[in-house]
Design a protein around this ligand. Structure first.
Ligand code: FES
Ligand code: FES
Length: 166
């Protein structure tokens, strides 16, 4: 049996040795926002945060996550409000089919936690492991840069923006 905390909720689960963290999230916990695509660590569709670090959940065994805290795309909004990145993706139209977007948002969340004020080059590098078959890269980069701007505004004395400071 393993114990994990997912988006703030504790779970005790029996898992097989071969169960991946991605399978655990999608098939056992019903958190299907994390997408399954290559299963090889090459596309980034399954990106989540484990103990605050960005990982491809298809490459991690569920047993390895025992005792750890996990954040998925379902856990980034709070009180029914999208976070600054989700707002920015919508505002910039950085969504076509949408399949890659949960992974893009999670990778961007990690990037902004590590580097709150990235350049466009930083964003490109930070998201280089997240593929978008629709080719929405330009809008995705714009969205991450816009979310960064929102964070700055929310930190300023006059700023009333939402979602900053995660
Ligand atoms: S499904 Fe995990 S990296 Fe592609
Ligand atoms: S929006 Fe379709 S794969 Fe990225």
């Amino acid at each position: 049996m393993i114990r994990v905390t997912v988006n703030g909720s504790s779970h005790a689960l029996d898992v097989m040795d071969s169960t991946t963290l991605l399978d655990l999230l999608r098939d056992r916990l019903g958190l299907t926002g994390t997408k399954e695509c290559c299963d090889l660590g090459e596309c980034g569709a399954c990106t989540i945060l484990v103990e605050g670090r960005s990982v491809n959940s298809c490459l991690v065994l569920a047993a390895e996550a025992n005792g750890q805290s996990i954040t998925t795309i379902e856990g980034v909004a709070s009180d029914g409000r999208l976070n600054r990145l989700q707002d920015a993706f919508l505002e910039k139209g950085a969504v076509q089919c949408g399949f890659c977007i949960p992974g893009q948002v999670m990778a961007a969340e990690y990037l902004l936690r590590q580097n709150p004020h990235p350049s466009a080059a930083d964003v490109k590098e930070g998201l280089c492991g997240n593929l978008c078959r629709c080719g929405a890269y330009e809008q995705i980069i714009e969205a991450v840069l816009a979310a960064n701007q929102t964070s700055r505004e929310s930190l300023s004395p006059s700023g009333g923006g939402q979602g900053g400071g995660r």
